[in-house]
Every structure is written in C-alpha cells, then in structure tokens.
Write a protein that binds this ligand. Sequence first.
Ligand SMILES: C[S@@+](CC[C@H](N)C(=O)[O-])C[C@H]1O[C@@H](n2cnc3c(N)ncnc32)[C@H](O)[C@@H]1O
Length: 289
Amino acid sequence: MTADNASEVLAAWETSSQYWNKHQALIEKMFAPLSRALIEEACIDSGQKVLDVGGGSGEPSLTIAPIVGDSGSVTYTDPAAGMVKAARAEAERKRIGNILFHQCPVEQLPFPDGSFDVAVSRLSAMFFPDVVAGLREMLRVVKPGGCVSFLVWAGKEVNPFFSVVTEILDRFVPADPEDEDAPAAFRFAAPGKLAKLLQEAGASSVIQRAFAFTIEAPITVEQFWELRTEMSDTFRKKLARLVPDQVAAIRYTVQKKVASYFKTGGMVFPGQVLIVTGKKPATNPRASR
Ligand SMILES: C[S@@+](CC[C@H](N)C(=O)[O-])C[C@H]1O[C@@H](n2cnc3c(N)ncnc32)[C@H](O)[C@@H]1O
C-alpha cells in the first residue's frame, strides 16, 4: 500500500468521525457483545495496563476501563483526531478517569517496548496500511508473554447488516474490482488470513475463533438507513454521485429488504466476527511458565 493510499484511508476515517460521534451511543450498544468477547478472549482483568488500537468513538476502551479499575489503565489510540475527540468526550461524560488518549496510527505507537500487559483492537486491523508492520509494533509494546487480540468481520454472507445495503447500492453504482488486500471491512473475513499474518509478525500460540452475536438496537428502518449511509465512507461517496430519484429508489429497496430484521422492539440482525489472539514470545522461555 502506498503512502498516498494510507493517507486516503485516514482522511476517510477523519470525515467519518463526525458520524461515529453522532451515533456513538448506538455503536456502543450494537457492538457491546464484541467488546465483551474481546475482553474475555484477551483475559483482561483488574490492575492490567491495556492498549486499545484504533479505538474509534471509544470501544473497547470505555468497557475495559472499569474492569482494569484504578490500579490499572487503558491507553486508547486512533490516528483520526475526530475519533480521539469523540472518545475523550464520552469518557468525560461517563466520568471515566483511567483512560489515556493518544492520536497515533498503529505503525507509530509512541510507547517504550513492553509497556502493556495486553493490546487489543476491535474492528480496526482491516484498515492498517501495512498489517504485518502494525502487528509487529503492537507486539513490541506488549510485555514478553503478553497477549494481543483482534476482532475482525467474518464473511459478508453472515453479516446482512452490511451486505444488504452494499448489494443494492452496487446495482446502481458498480463497485471497483475488489483487491482483497486493500483496507476494507471484510479484508480478513477469510478464516486464517489474519492469524497467518500475526504469526508472521512474530506472535506465538496464535488461535482464532468465530463469534456469532446479534446486532440489536431500538431503532426503526428509517434510522437504520441513516446510520448505515452516514457511518460508511463508501456509501456516502456513492450516494453523492446519484440523483435524488435514484437515492429514493435505493432507500425504498433497502428498507423493504431489511424489514424482516425489524420487530416491535427495534432492529435485530445476526452478525459474525473472528477473534484472533496471540502472545508475544517470552524472552526467556522459562519466564512464561
Ligand atoms: C471500524 S472503526 C472501529 C472503531 C472502534 N474500535 C469500534 O470497534 O467501534 C476503525 C478504526 O480504525 C482506525 N484506523 C484507521 N487506520 C488506522 C491505523 N493505521 N492505525 C490504527 N487505527 C487505524 C480508524 O480511524 C477507525 O477509528
């Protein structure tokens, strides 16, 4: 990936941050099961020093903070200034005092070697420009024997929350041929792909598991349309190229297609992710026993 592409990806996230800020509460609720699964997988516990990479509007940092408590800390990082601002504001609103905020990309973590017990990243590794370099950097800042854990989307076919809108929009504005290694939500959907890169970066004991959950929120079909089309840079750009009648036709088709996922209490979509975890090898193998 070139430096130009990397800055394009970052610029897109910077623009998206206003919408991630707007929908912060909803994002927190919809993906709460993911923070819990990641915390369980990384064995996060009281007193630990945890690094969150690509923390977006605040997760999983905001959920981890009360778990590690005052004897521990969370270090939130994200390269987009708007995301850092949104996450910091939410921590202040919730009166959470044990999160440190840093604006930085994964490839340049401003921390000494071995600073953290654990490093996690929820739904962000897909956007790292040089994935192996990013994973190496995360391993560098974790203590020997420490854990690194990533949560990424599984296939489109098991995630209709995304695929329904994408498929309909693609009929109106055909997508460019897919480069499966380019930064995108489903870059690591193929089982084993991220696990292999984590091994290549130097992690040991790498494991992967699929995690199925439900994306639930008390919203209407109209609110779903607003949420999906605002949060995604690709959707915003594609819709901007269409005339109002075309947008209205897409909106109508999407709302009809997703109707079965909406019940009296709101939205319920099935979803699936992959959780990939590894360890930084202990310098002295005896030390990790
Ligand atoms: C899909 S969002 C996930 C945000 C949050 N972790 C969550 O689960 O709600 C992806 C995040 O990755 C961040 N990101 C993009 N490029 C990155 C990089 N090079 N290093 C670290 N994070 C990056 C974006 O700014 C964005 O906040």
